[in-house]
Design a binder for this molecule. Structure first.
Ligand code: GLC
Length: 448
C-alpha cells in the first residue's frame, strides 16, 4: 500500500524533471550558470552522502508517517510513540565519525517528516523537546559534530505536515478542508517560519525537501521560500522537491540505467527496504552491492545518498554500521577515482562503470570481481601512456586491435597476474591528453 503511493507520487515528481528523459545527448543538457556551478561544486565533488531517518516511527519500527496515513495504524496509536522516543544513547559525534569513515562528505538528517514531529525546539507544532522524553534539541549537536569532522550539513524537511491543524490533508482518506485560502496561508506561514528557525540556528549547506506532491509550486509559494533561504545563505543548495527551485534531481530507490539528463543528481537509496529503523526488516544490501551501485552512480555523474535509520534511543543498527564501514574501506582506497571526478564513458565504450579525472586525462575503469580475460575499452581516440591497477605499481600490458586510419579499434587491458580487489578494482588509464571518444556512426556501405 505504502509502496504504491510512494511510487505514484515519485513518478509524478520525476516526470517533471529532465531526469527521466535519460538517454538525451549531452548537448541538450541545460548549461548551468557560472554562479550555480560554483555553488554546486562541493556537492558535485562529494559523490557520497549519508541520509539519516530518525523520528518517533523508530519506537514501534513502522513506516515513517506513511503507516498512519495509509491506515496501518491509527493516528492516536502512531502518536503514542512520542512517549517512547528517548534518544537516551544518542551520540552525535559517533554518528558524524561513522559518516566520515564511510567516505561520505555530507549528511542529511530528517528534521521533520510528514508526521510533523520536529527534532528541534521549534516555536510551533509538535517537537521532541517538549513532547517526548528525549527532551532536547537533537539537530544542533549533530550539526556541530558534522562540522567538527569537516562534513557538509544537509537538513531534510517535509513541506507536508499531516499533523498540522492548518494542513489540508490528514490521511489518505481524510481531508481537513478544501479551498480555504486563509487556513492554507496559515500553514504556509507555519512551514516558512520553521525553515527560518532552521536557517537561523543551523545555517545548513543543503536543504533536502520532501512531501511536495500534494500542492503546486505556486501553492507552496516555493519561489518565496527559496528566496528566503538564499537570503540566509546565498550558497545553500536546494533539492528538486522544492518545486521549481531545485538545484538537483532526486531519483529515489531505483538506480538509473542510463545516464540521467540532469546535470546534477543524487540517488537516494535505503540500505535495507526501509527509510527509518524497522527491526523486522533484515533485507540488507551487501557491501559489494552497495559499492557496485555507488560506482555506477558516480560513473553516470551522480551522487549517492545512502540511507540509514536510527533507533529511538539514538543508536544505529550494527548491520548499517557494517555496510558504511565496508563502503568506507573501499572508498578510502581509491579516492582519486571517486572525489572530484566527472562521469566516465558510456557503457558502449566500456561495459562497467568509469569516471574521469577533473582534467579528463585519466580514465578510471571499475572492474567488478575477477574478470576471466582482459578488460576491453572501445573507441578511445587517445593514446594510453600508462595503465595500472590502483594500489599497484605494475604497468599493465595493453593490446590494440582492429584499428585503422580513422577508427581507434579495441583496446585490451591484460590483468593476468594482478592482485585484484575482491569487491571492485580500479584501473587507471593515463591518456596523452583530454579524453576523446570516437563518435562517428558506423557506415555499413563503406565499412568505415
Ligand atoms: C519519500 C517518502 C519518505 C522518505 C523519502 C526519502 O518521499 O515519502 O517517507 O522520507 O521518500 O527520499
Amino acid at each position: 500500500m505504502k509502496k504504491s503511493i510512494a511510487k505514484s507520487f515519485l513518478f509524478t515528481a520525476l516526470a517533471a524533471l529532465p531526469f527521466v528523459a535519460a538517454a538525451q545527448p549531452t548537448a541538450m543538457k541545460p548549461v548551468p550558470s557560472a554562479a550555480k556551478e560554483q555553488r554546486m561544486q562541493w556537492f558535485k565533488d562529494a559523490k557520497l552522502g549519508i541520509f539519516i531517518h530518525w523520528g518517533i516511527y523508530a519506537v514501534d519500527g513502522i513506516d515513517e508517517s506513511w503507516s498512519f496515513f495509509n491506515g496501518k495504524i491509527s493516528y492516536p496509536d502512531y502518536m503514542k510513540q512520542l512517549h517512547g522516543f528517548t534518544a537516551a544513547h544518542y551520540d552525535p559525534q559517533a554518528w558524524a565519525d561513522l559518516i566520515k569513515r564511510s567516505g561520505a562528505r555530507y549528511a542529511v538528517l530528517t528534521t521533520r517528516h510528514h508526521d510533523g514531529v520536529a527534532l528541534w525546539d521549534s516555536a510551533q507544532g509538535i517537537n521532541v523537546v517538549k513532547d517526548t522524553p528525549a527532551g532536547r534539541d537533537l539537530i544542533g549537536p549533530f550539526v556541530q559534530a558534522l562540522r567538527k569532522d569537516d562534513l557538509k550539513v544537509g537538513l531534510y524537511y517535509s513541506l507536508a505536515d499531516w499533523s498540522s491543524p492548518n494542513y489540508d490533508v490528514f490521511t489518505r482518506k481524510e481531508k481537513r478542508y478544501t479551498n480555504d485560502p486563509v487556513r492554507w496561508q496559515r500553514f504556509v506561514s507555519y512551514y516558512q517560519g520553521q525553515l527560518r528557525e532552521l536557517s537561523q540556528r543551523y545555517n545548513p549547506d543543503l536543504y533536502w525537501f520532501d512531501g511536495d506532491w500534494e500542492h503546486s509550486a505556486k501553492e507552496w509559494q516555493a519561489d518565496d521560500t527559496a528566496k528566503m533561504l538564499r537570503g540566509y545563505n546565498p550558497q545553500v543548495i536546494l533539492n528538486s522537491r522544492l518545486p521549481d527551485n531545485g538545484d538537483y534531481a532526486t531519483p529515489e530507490q531505483g538506480p538509473p540505467i542510463t545516464r540521467p539528463a540532469a546535470t546534477y543528481w543524487e540517488l537516494c537509496l535505503t540500505t535495507n527496504d526501509s527509510w527509518g529503523y524497522q527491526q523486522r526488516d533484515h533485507d540488507f544490501k551487501t557491501p559489494t552491492q552497495v559499492i557496485g551501485l555507488f560506482a555506477d552512480t558516480i560513473g553516470m555523474g551522480g551522487n549517492l545518498l545512502l540511507d540509514i535509520g536510527a533507533r529511538a534511543d539514538g543508536t544505529i543498527p550494527q548491520e548499517q554500521i557494517d555496510i558504511l564501514d565496508a563502503l568506507g574501506r573501499w572508498v578510502h582506497q581509491y579516492p582519486q577515482a571517486i572525489y572530484g571526478t566527472d562521469a566516465g564513458v558510456p557503457k558502449d565504450y566500456y561495459s562497467g562503470p568509469s569516471t574521469l579525472s577533473a582534467d579528463h586525462q585519466t580514465l578510471y575503469l571499475f572492474v567488478d570481481g575477477k574478470p576471466n580475460g582482459p578488460v576491453l575499452v572501445k573507441g578511445l581516440m587517445n593514446k594510453v601512456v600508462d595503465a595500472r591497477v590502483l594500489g599497484s605499481n605494475a604497468n599493465l600490458k595493453t593490446q590494440l586491435i582492429g584499428n585503422s586510419v580513422n577508427i581507434p579499434g579495441l583496446l585490451y587491458i591484460d590483468l593476468a597476474g594482478q592482485t585484484l580487489d575482491p569487491q571492485m578494482s580500479v584501473i587507471a588509464l593515463k591518456l596523452d591528453g583530454p579524453l576523446k571518444l570516437f563518435k562517428k556512426p558506423y557506415d555499413a556501405t563503406t565499412g568505415s
